[in-house]
Design a protein around this ligand. Structure first.
Ligand code: ZN
Length: 431
């Protein structure tokens, strides 16, 4: 597996440059990055390629790939997140280990083709029937291994069907009886992991899905185990209204008052989060994952990054996710991340880094930000990090006329998945 490579251009953290080599060790990690003088010897050259860190998909529900093209007609009037959720529950009723494996494999292969080298699979559909068999979990791990993608299986805790409501219908297949049963299922998964490309993370599905006592207990145990902990948060105004009615606080308010948050926590969406609460949240070091294509498809709204982009991006606390997988494209997620803010604030260059660049900051969100949210040593071309790499095809039609200085902008604002050529996960070239 060990090799020394030199692409025509390589991302050095702030720009694409010539003459940079990457040395990959047997264990699948980057040993060193440097010039020919620093890393002498015969390198495998990659002409016509621009090498960069692989993209990190910090939030996915792979099986929802089965809904692609479905639910896009609205015979009964305007659709909503909630009408989409009914369609998703319909799919849930049909899922068994075979279909879970097949749909996950399809999604994971498509992610690799789109330049995603790792995925945080927010997995809440555990049981194929009503018997709490947890038999769908292993199917996801097997599909990830077969595809060759790095996975953090974010295993979801799901106890209630709404605040203090029982699980109903399809939701029964998501259920955990309590934290003890949940952690037992987690312990059963640990020996099934294909190390080193598979690891586990913790999830509390949403404020709808866990009472406060369970929320505190599951989060505390995830911290004790050193696991990342993710949660859907404030994607829909109704979630905030229900939470206000039950707890007299927003969901973010509940997190801030009930949990000892840190850099291992990640709130997904935050579409309608109050700016002041967001500031307190980010000060704790916690992460926010935005899923621009899914939030657009579902008509959720656009998170207002104006108030916190600069604070959050400096600490790499923002990431992207393909969520419903209605479309899988890292570059389109990054583009819409910025374009959503342009449309909202009627101005260009909303997500700027310290040098006034947009594209470099977005790439950081798509790489190091995702790695931070998933607790992975990835997302940077640096010694010690996983050799999770992507090559852009400099001969791709959509990049024609490229210049090294603006190549990243050409890709993010003008290209699609067809610009992705080779993909390497943990030192293994999977495409
Ligand atoms: Zn989600």
């Amino acid at each position: 597996m060990s090799e020394l490579i030199e692409a025509q251009l390589t991302w050095n953290g702030s720009g694409f440059v010539k003459g940079l080599r990457v040395s990959i060790g047997d264990a699948g990690r980057i040993l060193a990055v440097g010039s020919e003088a620093q890393l002498p010897g015969a390198a495998r050259e990659l002409p016509g390629r621009a090498l960069m860190p692989g993209l990190v998909n910090a939030h996915s529900h792979a099986f929802q790939r089965g809904l692609r093209g479905q639910g896009e007609r609205f015979p009964f009037g305007a659709g909503s997140f909630w009408s989409w959720r009914e369609a998703m529950y319909g799919l849930v009723d049909e899922m068994d280990p075979e279909s879970m494996h097949a749909l996950s494999l399809r999604a994971f292969r498509e992610m690799l083709a789109a330049g995603f080298t790792s995925v945080g699979e927010f997995h809440y559909l555990h049981h194929a029937g009503d018997d709490r068999g947890w038999d769908l979990d292993a199917a996801v791990l097997a599909a990830a291994k077969e595809a060759g993608i790095r996975i953090v299986l974010l295993q979801a805790y799901y106890e209630t069907g709404g605040i203090e409501q029982p699980l109903l219908g399809a939701q029964v297949r998501f259920g955990s009886k309590g934290p003890a049963e949940y952690w037992t299922a987690m312990d059963r998964l640990a020996p099934q992991l294909d190390l080193p490309t598979q690891s586990l993370g913790c999830v509390i599905h949403s404020i709808r899905a866990a009472g406060l006592e369970s929320l505190r207990a599951v989060h505390a145990e995830s911290k004790a185990r050193g696991l990342v902990c993710h949660m859907h948060l404030e994607e829909q105004p109704l979630e905030i209204e229900d939470c206000m009615a039950a707890y007299a606080r927003t969901p973010m308010g509940v997190l801030l008052s009930e949990l000892d948050l840190d850099e291992r926590f990640c709130a997904v969406h935050c579409t309608h989060t109050d700016a002041g609460e967001m500031r307190f949240y980010l000060e704790r070091g916690a992460n926010v994952c935005i899923c621009p294509l899914t939030e657009a498809n579902l008509g959720d709204g656009i998170a207002d990054l104006n108030g916190f982009w600069s604070a959050a991006s400096k600490g790499t606390q923002l990431s992207i996710g393909s969520d419903s997988n209605a479309r899988i494209s890292a570059v389109e997620e990054l583009r819409l991340f910025e374009y959503g803010q342009r449309l909202k604030h009627q101005g260009r260059g909303q997500c700027l880094d310290a040098e006034g660049q947009v594209a470099a900051g977005l790439l950081k969100v798509g790489t190091a930000g995702g790695a931070r949210a998933l607790g992975l040593e990835a997302g940077k071309l640096e010694a010690g990090h996983w050799a999770d790499l992507v090559c852009l095809d400099l001969a791709a039609n959509c990049l024609e006329g490229w210049e090294a200085d603006t190549l990243l902008e050409s890709w993010i604002f003008g290209a699609g998945n067809e610009a992705i050529a080779e993909v390497c996960v943990g030192g293994r070239w999977v495409r």
